[in-house]
Write a protein that binds this ligand. Structure first.
Ligand SMILES: O=C(O)CCC(=O)C(=O)O
Ligand SMILES: [Fe+2]
Length: 263
């Protein structure tokens, strides 16, 4: 199923710069009448897309690949996802790291674990870790096969409750290349994944019909793929979930497979 794309709806030239660094926060800039321009009011994607999945064209650009996401709600069966969640929760070496946000170090509001070649983002240096957990090596091989893409690294995130989050950012480190394909698997408690356009906007040729700030809940066992120029033109986040702030059963694991180019 392809979820795309009415005629060019609007001019969305931005005002000022905000590259949207990982863990940073930036307010959306709206245009009058743009129903999804308010940072508090993301547009929800239709149930059909959430149930069945599909491809969603976010925006088209001049001289660049489209920005798009693909969603596979049932990539892993329930028993496999249940088992993977429990095993990873217990067996990975989860650590809380310090990250640089606007010149100051802060504890990340989540735990992480890294596999693959060395990787640096926002002041966090992740050492090479070539001893892949066997279940993760297996998933990597299946993703390579299914998506016809290469992956040599994996960032695992553990959101312990609704209090944990990842702020607005783009996966736009130089080592990922300009148009990375990022495969993101969700396990455990369902959290909202939001995307919005960056504040400096190019002259998009065409924008999707839901606007410039969208969200979708990422289901246990689902796969989300981010493609094309998405990291150049869009930010993404998993905001805090007030309803699950104090719930110890609201943990979520996210696995983002990437291809990291050596320096
Ligand atoms: O938890 C998620 O779904 C997103 C994680 C993410 O964006 C990242 O690790 O860069
Ligand atoms: Fe990300």
């Amino acid at each position: 199923m392809n979820f795309s794309v009415p005629p060019p709806p609007m001019s969305i030239a931005g005002k000022e710069g905000d590259g949207g660094s990982r863990g940073g926060n930036s307010a959306a800039v709206g245009t009058p009448g743009d129903r999804s321009s308010d940072a508090e009011q993301p547009a929800d994607l239709p149930d059909e897309f959430l149930q069945l999945g599909g491809n969603l064209l976010l925006s088209k650009h001049y001289h660049e690949p489209d920005s798009s996401i693909s969603y596979f709600p049932n990539f892993l069966s329930k028993p496999e996802a249940d088992n993977l969640f429990q095993v990873l929760l217990n067996e990975l070496e989860w650590r809380q790291r310090d990250t640089l946000v606007r010149g100051e170090y802060h504890r990340e509001p989540r735990l992480t674990c890294w596999f693959g070649v060395p990787y640096t983002y926002s002041g966090v240096e992740l050492q090479a870790n070539h001893v892949w957990h066997p279940l993760l090596a297996d998933i990597k091989d299946r993703l390579v096969h299914n998506l016809d893409a290469s992956f040599n690294s994996l960032l695992c995130n553990l959101y312990r409750s609704g209090r944990d989050s990842i702020g607005w950012h783009a996966d736009d480190e130089k080592s990922l290349g300009r148009y990375p394909l990022i495969a993101s698997i969700s396990l455990g408690y369902e959290r909202q994944f939001e995307v919005k356009t960056k504040r400096i906007q190019p002259k998009f040729r065409q924008l999707n019909e839901w606007g410039r700030h969208l969200r979708l809940p990422l289901r246990h066992g689902s796969l989300l793929v981010m493609r094309g120029a998405m990291q150049v033109h869009w930010l993404h986040s998993v905001p805090k979930d007030q309803l699950a702030f104090n719930s110890p059963t609201a943990s979520r694991i996210n696995l983002t497979f990437r291809y990291t180019h050596p320096d």
